[in-house]
Design a protein around this ligand. Structure first.
Ligand code: SF4
Length: 487
């Protein structure tokens, strides 16, 4: 089979979410795959829907089209696949967590699902297709053969992370650089995580363990991206997972006098290392995104989160003491969640003047591949567009769906209220103040959609809860199919 022109498409979720409202978000791993393919000699173009819509002319001229989709954008990928199928018979490949979760429905639209890291798998898949070789035993893919699904989930983690993603492959990106939305460069120094929190997909995506990229490659990448923006987000799940390597990277940033500001995902455990925090601050780390999840120890235990609320507060204080801002990331709606535990999130986030918060509403359910988090019968919305962490999509155990949705809306309104903003200001928390002002703009349109969704939830929850808002499980509907058969 001739394969020369490859088009990559990142679909947009149809409903607004917290991040795409505020930032242009090309998926880092997808751009890396495009770059690897280009380095292999393919003619590659990447379309990110919220940057520039894919060119139909280019698609029809392509030999292969690859898609990346987050959960909520999966329907868009299906629409594109359907449209392409109607015009041309070419291999359609898809990657991203959503496709690995829902293999059965996804293979109704796509020829190949690439699981986890695609860096090597996509290259090998294309090489085999080009040589008309069998792909059935290729590690890291799922395919359908004569109506039977072959799942080769397991594969070795990618060994070399030293790829500098080429953003010029993203069509229209240059226009955005000069345009309306704030631009953050995404950069990666590591993959994987030492922990294994119950709700998290990191292990499934990257395998167990933690790998770092070379410092030379990371520095070269930072320098390459300075032309777009001086603002960077390390997309690593735990930027400080190998403290000594991170220390070396930060020292190099300082030594080379790279003037940029960095945001990084971290666990609270970094706060034990004050010298590392000081160095991070000196190197330009402005904000840490902390996976706090909850201030309720029962919930933390349920999540297998290796931290207590007391340790969290100690760490928050240490991080703030070094002048580093905090974005608190929380997961709400699990079975031990109550209105009080959600209120506590906002109380603590205001008390410690977080710059921003994200409350992800727990969405995971039974899928082809992964362990059951909640049974299918508790899924209350059949449209995956709502699975973006902003909408209640499963029946909560201890409060009505409307109660949970309203609690999330009220939490944001409180966090971004003029009173809270003023409180940051008078306490001299100016960075938190300006950061909240910025994210307020992006969050409020999402809240409007959440408010509209309340009437749907009110209908669906009728008669499903007792007077204490405890779910009456016997009333749950019985679904025989996998949850997303009807998306
Ligand atoms: S610490 Fe963060 S990245 Fe690691 S498993 Fe837990 S939630 Fe996932």
């Amino acid at each position: 089979m001739k394969i020369k022109k490859i088009t990559l498409i990142q679909t947009d979720p149809p409903l607004p979410d917290y991040f795409t409202q505020a930032h242009v978000m090309p998926r880092h791993g997808f751009i890396i795959i495009g770059t690897i393919l280009q380095n292999k000699g393919y003619d590659v173009k990447i379309y990110v829907e919220n940057v520039q819509p894919p060119s139909w002319e280019r698609i029809l001229d392509s030999d292969v089209v690859c898609f990346y989709s987050v959960f909520a954008g999966l329907n868009r990928a299906f629409e594109w696949a359907d449209k392409i199928r109607g015009k041309k018979k070419i291999p359609l490949i898809i990657g991203g967590t959503a496709s690995s979760y829902y293999v059965t429905p996804v293979l109704e639209y796509f020829d190949y699902i690439v699981h986890g890291e695609g860096d090597e798998t996509v290259v090998e898949l294309l090489e085999r297709l080009k040589a008309d070789r069998d792909v059935d035993d290729l590690a890291g893919i799922s395919i359908k053969r004569n109506g039977r699904i072959i799942n080769n989930f397991d594969k070795k983690p990618v060994s070399c992370l030293d790829i500098i993603p080429d953003y010029t492959l993203i069509q229209g990106y240059q226009g955005v650089v000069a345009g309306r939305k704030s631009l953050i460069n995404f950069i990666q120094f590591s993959r994987g995580c030492h922990f294994n929190c119950k709700f998290c997909v990191v292990r499934e995506m990257f395998g167990p363990g933690y790998r770092t990229r070379s410092i030379d490659s990371t520095i070269a990448d930072i320098k390459d991206k300075l032309k777009y923006s001086r603002s960077f987000l390390f997309v690593d799940n735990d930027f400080f997972g190998d403290r000594e390597k991170t220390r070396q990277l930060l020292q190099r940033i300082v030594r080379e006098r790279i003037k940029a500001s960095f945001t990084a995902y971290a666990t609270i455990h970094v706060a034990k290392d004050t010298s590392l925090l000081k160095l991070a601050k000196k190197a330009g780390v402005r904000m840490l995104v902390l996976g706090l999840e909850s201030f309720d120890d029962r919930i933390l235990k349920d999540f297998n989160k290796k931290q207590t609320s007391r340790e969290m507060i100690e760490s928050i204080k240490s991080i703030k003491k070094q002048g580093i801002e905090i974005l608190g990331s929380f997961v709400v709606g699990s079975d031990n969640e109550t209105k009080a535990s959600i209120k506590d999130i906002i109380r603590q986030s205001n008390k410690y003047a977080f710059s921003h918060i994200v409350l992800f509403i727990s969405t995971l359910n039974n899928t082809d591949r992964y362990a059951e988090h909640v049974p299918n019968s508790r899924i209350l919305v059949r449209n995956i567009a709502y699975f973006n962490g902003c909408y209640v999509s499963v029946f909560p155990m201890n409060m009505k769906p409307t109660t949970l949705q309203k609690a999330v809306i009220d939490s944001y309104r409180e966090f971004f209220s003029f009173r809270s903003l003023l409180s940051c200001f008078v306490r001299g928390q100016f960075k938190a103040f300006s950061c909240r002002c910025f994210y307020r703009k992006g969050t409020f349109p999402v809240l409007k959609h959440m408010e509209k969704y309340l009437s749907y939830l009110a209908k669906i929850e009728e008669g499903m809860y007792d007077e204490n808002e405890r779910l009456i499980e016997e009333k749950l509907p019985v679904f025989k199919d996998k949850p997303l058969k009807n998306i």
